[in-house]
Structures are given as structure tokens and as C-alpha cells.
Design a binder for this molecule. Structure first.
Ligand SMILES: Cc1cc2nc3c(=O)[nH]c(=O)nc-3n(C[C@H](O)[C@H](O)[C@H](O)COP(=O)(O)OP(=O)(O)OC[C@H]3O[C@@H](n4cnc5c(N)ncnc54)[C@H](O)[C@@H]3O)c2cc1C
Length: 390
């Protein structure tokens, strides 16, 4: 049994009999967190067992973590990021996770029309410079990746050199450009909105503004209580709270990593179309209509960005602006129109986590910065784990 008591109860509400017997009636499964992981998990559970009563609780009026604050890349890994993953987790694990990401993107495409989530087959690129730690034998490394990914993507060379396109895209200051024509962009807000509608229409209740303050769980019975003292009982309890999990569960499972984003004003005649990566994925940018959305630079200050605080840092924001000024052709002038940040969840081995804990509750989290693609598939795994125990 686990109890958490570090937040302040704001006020206590006496529920009416009507509320007790409708919104807050005991459930088969309660999921905490209505980000992509919580939503896909509810969807999978309901699809496999339509008779289950499922409620998702979300502390904010809309999800507030990473799912609606990301860059909207439908990507499965840029070359240097995959080279780094091979070092961190080994080739087999790297491939297993790439395959999950690839399948996750296919699943998104099969559930939503392109227009409903602004899915754009724009292609993706990685920009590489000679000071990359993977520059040595770079050709060989790319060939190796192409061979390894062939069975997953069905393409002989998923990564192709495309240096000739650099100036036509309005870019400068990179030594090499590698193209992945399978990569795409989407609208993260519209994706979460469409998925929310799909989940609700399958019969799942979603309670927004329910901030879980304390909870108890054992193998067959759980209860969560909100900051205003409302409780819901369930047979199973699943936490999809990603970066916010450690303080809620009072145990170390995931490290937060803030991702900051800047958005330019419209740039007349912007030639850039696509999603772009640099430096093992630490910088990423894309066109958004005639604007550029650029994020990253977390590696400039890992310690400072290991935070749940959504107020961005000026240092990172300035580094992003500086990056854009250095790499966008000077004929393309811009101002910064907007900026925001979101919080990702990371594990040391860069692998996502799903499973049942000894205490009897379930956890699915840590897509390590690629949850658009990964959450649809990790949700299938956690749904299978939960249903095994019914
Ligand atoms: C800046 C940035 C850029 C990114 N770019 C991309 C990208 O281009 N492509 C890609 O694939 N991935 C990207 N990601 C990663 C991706 O967005 C995440 O991996 C994914 O959204 C994680 O989803 P989640 O549901 O696990 O977490 P979240 O979206 O963080 O959801 C967790 C939810 O739990 C809720 N919650 C927390 N505590 C409680 C509580 N006590 N009570 C009730 N509710 C609670 C939160 O409010 C939140 O809504 C990016 C992330 C960031 C931050």
C-alpha cells in the first residue's frame, strides 16, 4: 500500500449522491494522466475489453506535460541519435525501439485522417558537421544503419545523402545533410484532441481538473484522492504521469528534462519544408506553414533543464535564437513570435518503461523525447499487462 501526502488539500467537497453514482462511481480501471500515454492506454484497454469501466483523471483542464507542447515530429530516429542509442543500449534494443516507433507512426496514420491532425509527408533531414563524434567513418556508419533498418522500414536506404538540397532549403553552416523521406510532421494539439474524442467516444470517462493528491493501491483495490478531497475507487490503477511520476509515487523512476521551443514570425518565401535534426537530436526544427519552430539546446545545461518548472530559461532561448541566426540564410529574416516549454521523461538507459509494481499498481512512462511515435505501442504493452491480471 502507498500513500502520498506532500501536496496541500485545497478544500473538501461533500459529494451528492448523484455525483457519487455517476462521475465518481467505482471503476474497473483508473488512469492518472491524459497525455498521449494515458489516452492510448485507455483506448487499448477499452478496445480489448469494452465492458470495462475506465476513467482517466487529468490535473489540468487540458494535458499539461509534453504531449501538447512538443515539436510534432513523426520520427523514429536520426542517424547520429541512433548511433548514440546503439552505444547506450546495444544494437538489438535500438532496433526494437525503432521498430516500435515506426509501428507507432503507422498506427497514428491508420486511426486519423491526414487533415484531422495536419499530418504532412514533408520528409526529414539530419544536418551533420565534421566536429560530430560520429564523423569518423560516417559513411560506413550510415550504410550500417541502412542495412539494419531495412527490415523495419522496407527501404534499402532509409538515410540518403542530400547535401545538394541544403541551400534550396535556406540552410547554411552544415557539412552534410542526410534525408529520411519517411519522416513527417503533425499538429500535436490536434492529435491529442482527436485522440481524446476517440477515447471518449469509446466510452471512457475523462475527468479534467482532477489533481491526484494521494492514493492507495494493492493488488485488487485502489483509491485516488484529488486536491479537493474527491476519491475514486478502482480495481486497477495505472500511472501515465511521465516526468511527474517520482514525487507522486515517491520513488525514483524517471528524470524530468525540460524542452524549450521558439516559434518565428511568418518568413516571406520560406523555402524550408521538412523536419530537421542536429547534434544527436539535441536541436530540432521544422516548418510550420511559413514559420520555423525550433527546439532543444537542453545539452547546454543538462542540470538546469532537469526540472519540472515550465518557465523557460533565457540562456536556452538565446542559444536557440543564435542557432537559427547562424544556420538560416540571412535573406530570410525573422522575429521570435512565441516560445514555450514542455517536460519530457527520461530513463538512464533511454528505454521506455511499462509494468506492474510490487505494490500492485501499474506505470507506463519515459518515452525519452519520442512519445508521439512510441506511446501508441507502449500503450498496447501496458494494456496487455493490466488485462493479464483481471
Ligand atoms: C519540447 C518537446 C518536444 C518534443 N518533441 C517531440 C517530437 O517532435 N516527437 C515525439 O515523438 N516526441 C516529442 N516529444 C516527447 C513527447 O511529447 C512525449 O514523449 C510524450 O508526449 C509523453 O506523453 P505522456 O503522456 O507520457 O506524458 P505527458 O504528456 O507529460 O502527460 C502526463 C500527464 O500527467 C498529468 N499529471 C501529472 N501529475 C498528475 C497528477 N498528480 N494528477 C493528475 N494528472 C497528473 C499531467 O498534467 C500530464 O497531462 C517532445 C517533448 C517536448 C517537451
Amino acid at each position: 500500500m502507498e500513500v502520498r501526502r506532500d501536496l496541500v488539500i485545497l478544500f473538501m467537497i461533500s459529494l451528492s449522491i448523484w455525483e457519487k453514482e455517476s462521475f465518481y462511481t467505482p471503476q474497473d480501471i483508473v488512469i492518472v494522466g491524459a497525455g498521449l500515454m494515458g489516452l492510448w492506454t485507455a483506448y487499448e484497454l477499452k478496445k480489448r475489453s469494452p465492458q470495462l469501466q475506465i476513467t482517466i483523471v487529468e490535473r489540468n483542464t487540458t494535458p499539461l506535460g509534453a504531449s501538447t507542447r512538443n515539436a510534432g515530429f513523426a520520427c523514429f530516429g536520426s542517424p547520429t541519435e541512433l548511433m548514440s542509442d546503439m552505444e547506450t543500449m546495444g544494437t538489438d534494443e535500438m532496433l526494437r525501439i525503432v521498430e516500435l516507433r515506426y509501428q507507432g507512426i503507422e498506427k497514428i496514420k491508420s486511426h486519423f485522417t491526414e487533415s484531422s491532425i495536419d499530418y504532412e509527408y514533408c520528409g526529414g533531414y539530419e544536418c551533420i558537421n565534421q566536429d560530430s563524434r560520429y564523423w569518423y567513418a560516417f559513411d560506413d556508419r550510415v550504410s550500417q544503419l541502412n542495412k539494419l533498418l531495412k527490415d523495419i522500414t522496407g527501404q534499402r536506404s532509409i538515410f540518403k545523402y542530400a547535401g545538394q538540397k541544403m541551400s534550396g532549403l535556406g540552410l547554411m553552416g552544415f557539412d552534410v545533410l542526410v534525408e529520411n523521406s519517411s519522416e513527417a510532421a503533425l499538429h500535436s494539439g490536434k492529435l491529442v484532441q482527436a485522440l481524446t474524442q476517440l477515447v471518449r467516444s469509446s466510452g471512457v470517462n475523462i475527468l479534467d481538473g482532477f489533481h491526484v493528491y494521494s492514493w492507495e493501491a494493492d493488488q485488487d483495490r485502489s483509491v485516488i484522492t484529488s486536491t479537493n478531497g474527491i476519491s475514486i475507487q478502482s480495481k486497477k490503477l495505472v500511472f501515465c504521469t511521465n516526468a511527474f511520476t517520482d514525487s507522486l509515487l515517491n520513488k525514483p523512476m524517471v528524470e524530468p528534462g525540460r524542452g524549450q521551443i521558439i516559434l518565428t514570425t511568418p518568413i516571406p518565401d520560406l523555402p524550408m519544408k521538412g523536419t530537421f535534426h542536429f547534434d544527436e537530436g539535441f536541436y530540432y526544427w521544422r516548418h510550420l506553414g511559413d514559420r520555423i519552430l525550433l527546439g532543444g539546446a537542453r545539452n547546454m545545461d543538462f542540470d538546469g533543464e532537469q526540472t519540472l518548472d515550465m518557465d523557460g530559461s533565457e540562456t536556452i532561448k538565446n542559444a536557440l535564437i543564435d542557432f537559427l541566426r547562424r544556420h538560416l540564410h540571412p535573406s530570410l529574416s525573422f522575429e521570435i513570435a512565441d516560445s514555450w516549454s514542455g517536460i519530457m521523461g527520461f530513463t538512464k538507459d533511454k528505454k521506455p518503461y511499462q509494468g506492474r509494481t510490487e505494490q500492485g499498481y501499474y506505470v507506463a512512462l519515459a518515452c525519452n523525447g519520442m512519445g508521439v511515435a512510441l506511446t501508441p505501442m507502449i500503450a498496447e504493452q501496458i494494456a496487455g499487462t493490466v488485462l493479464q491480471d483481471f
